[in-house]
Design a protein around this ligand. Structure first.
Ligand SMILES: Cc1ncc(COP(=O)(O)O)c(C=O)c1O
Length: 385
């Protein structure tokens, strides 16, 4: 049967049809007062998710474009940054910075481990010329959640910019840009914000704005000076034509999240992740990520010996229209990933674990079916009683 695919992936995530339909409204012209409230309300609502009272700008791009925006606007060619790599997206920040001729000190962790302040401190002792530090908030390739509060506390009195990639984390996990002393926080519409891809977000501390005013930005489209100037016009807008339809959906999604209550949504995701972990335990499936680094956004699962992650993902996708994520980078043939964010709930988790059990039975790993689903149901029942 030709059906929609249920996305149990960490972005894009499963969306509500009403949010998607919001994108089908007639367009509003971005140089008019018809559009200005949509733009301003999105910015103001997003500040509540970033927990910042400082400047927040919208761009047109996916997360990678906003990572690039953060780099090109804040550093002079040849300046040194410390790139903290806890997975594929940390590595991406290094690649972007190298592409723009920065001197990149790479602090590499084995995948699955989170960053530690003492290691960052050791790098500062070796490289006193560091002018910026990039850290991934929620590392989507490894399921690691980094402790940004501790890193921000360490960096707060240093003459550096603290930059974080919040692409899969902000909107899905508690995040405190101002309280954690973050200077540049980036994200995108298609994960925690429950909207289609296309709108990028970048929030800036005063220190970050001061620095960008001194940097001769080697980009045009992503030069934030244009964005700041246009945000401050009597009719605030983007410098160029925005993804107006995606903004309609983003606006509707932010309103929806506000109505649900952001804290309630965080605890919903936490419950889904906890119940999922119970079912994995019952299936004797181990989690790839170190126990002190676990994120509630997604769970990274070691594939049983002799089975390729693709066989599990394809079996469930091709037969049942549910999509799990495979592994990234050198984990491509070792792990698969299940997201616990998006417009999903108990129904989707029960279906996912039931189908996982069917697939693992077919692939010869499970001799008896039902233990995972039973453990999941028991965990859900405890949470809801
Ligand atoms: C943590 C993180 N950073 C950056 C990106 C890149 O975002 P995009 O694919 O939207 O360019 C992703 C996407 O999966 C991500 O999870």
């Amino acid at each position: 049967m030709d059906q929609d695919i249920l996305l149990m992936t960490p972005g894009p995530v499963q969306l509500d049809p009403e949010i998607l339909m919001a994108g089908a409204q007639p367009l509003k012209h971005h140089r008019t007062n018809d559009f200005a409230p949509l733009y301003t309300e999105c910015v103001n609502m997003l500040k509540k998710f970033f927990k910042t009272n400082q400047r927040l700008l919208l761009t047109t791009s996916s997360g990678t474009g906003v990572m690039e925006t953060a780099i090109v606007n804040h550093f002079h060619q040849g300046e040194t940054i410390l790139s903290v790599e806890t997975g594929a997206f940390g590595e991406r920040f290094s690649e972007i910075a190298k592409a723009f001729r920065l001197n990149v000190v790479q602090l590499k962790y084995p995948w699955g481990y989170r960053a530690k302040v003492e290691d960052i401190d050791a790098e500062f002792k070796k490289h006193p010329d560091i002018k910026g530090v990039t850290v991934t908030f929620n590392e989507t390739s490894t399921g690691v959640k980094n402790d940004l509060a501790a890193i921000g506390e360490y960096l707060k009195n240093k003459n550096v910019l603290f930059i974080t990639d919040g692409v899969s984390g902000i909107g899905a996990l508690p995040f405190e840009m101002d309280a954690w002393h973050i200077d540049v926080a980036i994200s995108a519409s298609q994960k925690g914000f429950l909207a289609p891809p296309g709108v990028g977000m970048i929030a800036l501390s005063e220190k970050a704005v001061d620095k960008l005013n001194k940097v001769d930005c080697p980009a045009y489209y992503f030069n934030l000076k244009h964005y700041i100037k246009n945000q401050d016009l009597p009719i605030p807008s983007y410098p160029w034509t925005p993804a107006i339809s995606v903004m309609f959906s983003l606006h509707a999604a932010l309103k929806r999240i506000e109505k649900i209550g952001i804290e309630k949504l965080f605890s919903h995701y936490g419950n889904l992740a906890a119940a999922l972990k119970e079912s994995l335990k019952a299936l004797n499936l181990s989690i790839f990520t170190q126990p002190d680094a676990l994120s509630e956004v997604l769970t990274v699962i070691n594939t049983p010996a002799g089975i390729h992650p693709k066989s599990i993902v394809n079996e469930i996708h091709d037969n049942y229209n549910v999509l799990l994520a495979g592994g990234q980078g050198h984990l491509a043939d070792k792990v698969f990933r299940i997201a616990t964010i998006g417009m999903i709930g108990e129904r989707e988790m029960i279906a996912t674990i039931g189908l996982l059990e069917l697939a693992l039975t077919k692939l010869g790993y499970l001799k008896e079916i039902g233990a995972g689903t039973t453990a999941l149901l028991k965990a859900i029942s405890k949470q809801t009683s």
